[in-house]
Design a protein around this ligand. Structure first.
Ligand code: IMP
Length: 197
């Protein structure tokens, strides 16, 4: 089975990825977190920066992810800088509340948004693979739910039935259909095909 070192010191992320890749790929947590400046203008550039930095230090194939929330009418507000939105507010509940206030005058299609995850598998400078997953939805009018993390309480995924539940109220659905789960699924299909040949 192919094995990749996760280019992140975040234990929560490592556990989540281990579970998502179970039976398909081996993902090991990195022994130490490296400070990598996320200076890219795209999710792809940032994922590559992280994967390459860990590969250069640890000399093994690496896996990095870069993710965020994109509000379609305000693409630069969060996007690649999702983690750095409203830095004066350390808690995500406050960041979510601030976003809701900023969008108070936005209705209908102006509230459309998506979560995106880009995975970068770095084997060598000549062999790099990218996969992307998205989940589309809208920004809700209030915070709802206590599961998940980050912007989950204000994100209402497009689902049938359209019951208005936020991602923070749908942990099982999220495990299966999140941007991360979808990117992982694409990568597993690819590696399964290439390994079977
Ligand atoms: P990264 O760890 O540098 O990729 O930053 C991800 C940013 O997007 C953080 O601000 C997260 O809160 C946000 N984010 C990414 N995925 C999710 C998710 O599944 N739910 C809620 N927020 C997310």
């Amino acid at each position: 089975m192919k094995s990749f070192l996760l280019a992140s010191g975040n234990a929560h992320k490592a556990e989540e990825f281990k579970e998502l890749f179970l039976g398909g790929l081996q993902v090991q947590a990195a022994p130490q977190t490296l400070e990598v400046a996320e200076t890219g203008k795209t999710f792809i550039e940032n994922a590559l920066l992280k994967a390459r930095a860990y590969a250069e230090v640890y000399k093994v194939p690496t896996l990095a992810d870069d993710s965020g929330l994109v509000i379609e009418a305000l693409p630069h507000l969060l996007g690649v800088v999702s983690a750095r939105f409203a830095p004066e507010l350390p808690h995500y509940s406050d960041k979510c509340q601030k976003l809701i206030e900023l969008m108070a005058g936005s209705t209908g299609a102006q509230r459309k948004a998506y979560f995106i995850c880009v995975l970068c598998f770095y084997v060598s400078e000549e062999e790099v693979y990218f996969f992307e997953g998205r989940v589309h939805g809208t920004i809700g009018m209030e915070l709802k739910g206590d599961k998940g993390f980050g912007y989950d309480p204000i994100f209402i995924p497009d689902r049938t039935p359209a019951d208005g539940k936020s991602l923070a109220e749908l942990p099982e659905w999220k495990n299966e259909f999140s941007h991360r789960a979808r990117a992982v699924q694409s990568s597993l299909e690819f590696f399964k095909e290439t390994m079977d040949k």
